[in-house]
Write a protein that binds this ligand. Structure first.
Ligand SMILES: Cc1cc2nc3c(=O)[nH]c(=O)nc-3n(C[C@H](O)[C@H](O)[C@H](O)COP(=O)(O)OP(=O)(O)OC[C@H]3O[C@@H](n4cnc5c(N)ncnc54)[C@H](O)[C@@H]3O)c2cc1C
Length: 398
């Protein structure tokens, strides 16, 4: 038995003892809050204590100091269970790895262990009402003081802001230079009195995102992630982590639009013998397997320090397209019951409604196509007419 096999067996045994196995028949939680926050924090802490949080992160920052093989083994085993770790997905997938890559020693020691131990939750404060796909047009400002900065502005679509302790925010620190150059990334304390979080209710009836307003929010100099004026480079690092995280999740049995679930659904509705449905299920299996193999490669390379660059966008695009394609198949299997419903169908119906969000979150499919076209395939660049104009001379919608 190799050390990875041993790790896998230990992970399986721990999950069997401590996590809920995926149950297709379990009632769907229509509130969308899914898991109480305290339970989620307790579970994340237990994961960490058992040695399964921060598997590839260095030990000095609370990680396990292991390799990609162990991470993949754990994710594969965990795919059979429902882990109540949702509130930590953003922190562990985006700000955490960005701090690990660009943060100061103090930031790594201060912020990474509490994140791994389930003590602090993070959000990502990039999008604004007039700066979504074109994040670099952002209007939130951070103005210099003697000891730090004062942030003013508004963010939107901030997932999980309602229960976050910290956020990674992009703000404009120099309007006299072109828009990509005058941005800085900061760590912001979400309990600061100048931070106001307002929920946004979406089509599923849940409120997973928020508008977040910043009124004279003070941050100190040591809140800067990376360097002042180099926030765009930090954003690119975070978006790369985000795209790999979103695009390459392990094939989870709990995914209502995954192969296992849709095969069950087709069986339950007597359609697993239908040649057209069988063909599409086979294609779903092939696409899912190809994406998971691609995800493995990207994880292994990124942990080994091989630059994955824009290939993260290719993975994110493929994952979003796959979810839309699977949602289409699920709708055809369900026929009119998509609308008529039934409690046993809630999971899959909610996943169908939520699927288009995958094609927007973390950058839309059109934007990923642009990135893949330009940086992977070497096609001509989007004109980007305002790239070299100082930000304060641009005509922006307010
Ligand atoms: C589920 C979900 C979770 C999210 N969570 C967060 C979060 O936690 N934090 C955060 O900061 N943001 C978050 N977002 C916001 C998300 O990043 C933005 O919605 C996204 O970047 C698109 O921006 P926009 O909505 O302003 O659309 P726009 O930029 O206005 O785009 C509108 C349309 O125009 C197209 N378009 C725009 N520019 C181009 C171009 N150059 N070429 C071709 N087509 C173009 C777009 O692809 C899109 O179809 C989340 C979004 C979703 C759906």
């Amino acid at each position: 038995m190799t050390s990875t096999d041993e790790f896998r067996a230990r992970a399986r045994a721990w999950l069997e003892q401590n996590a809920k196995p995926f149950d297709e028949a379990a009632e769907y939680d229509l509130e969308g809050t899914a898991v109480p926050l305290e339970e989620s924090k307790r579970f994340q802490k237990a994961l960490w204590e058992a040695g399964f949080a921060g598997i590839t992160w260095p030990k000095e920052y609370g990680g396990q100091g292991l390799g990609a093989a162990e991470l993949i083994a754990f994710n594969e085993e965990a795919a059979d269970f429902e882990l109540p770790t949702g509130p930590f997905t953003i922190g562990l997938g985006m700000p955490g790895p960005t701090i690990l890559e660009l943060g100061s020693e103090e930031q790594k020691k201060r912020y990474l262990p509490p994140l791994l131990k389930g003590e602090e939750i993070w959000c990502q404060l990039f999008s604004e009402p007039s700066a979504g796909s074109d994040v670099a047009s952002l209007q939130t400002t951070a103005t210099r003081t003697e000891t730090g900065w004062i942030i003013n502005g508004q963010k939107v679509w901030t997932s999980g802001a309602q229960h976050s302790d910290y956020g990674a925010i992009l703000a404009r620190t120099d309007p006299s230079v072109p828009k990509h150059s005058g941005i800085t990334m900061f760590i912001v304390d979400m309990s600061h009195p100048g931070v106001t979080v307002r929920p946004l209710v979406v089509a599923t009836g849940h409120a997973p995102f928020n508008e977040v307003f910043f009124d004279d929010v003070e941050v100190s100099d040591d809140a800067v992630i990376g360097r002042v004026g180099e926030g765009w480079a930090a954003a690119v690092v975070m978006l790369r982590h985000e795209r790999v995280t979103i695009g390459t999740g392990a094939r989870a049995r709990s995914n209502p639009l995954g192969f296992d679930s849709l095969l069950e659904l087709a069986r339950a509705r007597g359609l697993d013998g239908d040649p057209a449905v069988r063909r599409r299920l086979a294609l779903l299996h092939a696409r899912e397997s190809a994406l998971s193999a691609y995800g493995r490669v990207l994880h292994e390379e990124s942990i080994a320090g091989v630059p994955i660059g824009a290939r993260g966008s290719a993975a994110k695009l493929a994952g979003a397209e796959l979810a839309l394609w699977a949602a289409d198949l699920a709708q055809d299997i369900l026929g009119a019951d998509v609308a008529l419903g039934g409690t046993d169908l809630e999971r899959v119906v909610m996943a169908i409604v939520a699927a288009p969000g995958n094609a927007v979150a973390g950058g839309t499919n059109e934007i990923q196509r642009n990135i893949v076209g330009e940086r992977v395939l070497g096609l001509a660049k989007d004109p980007g007419v305002d790239r070299n104009t100082p930000y304060n001379q641009l005509k922006l919608s307010r």
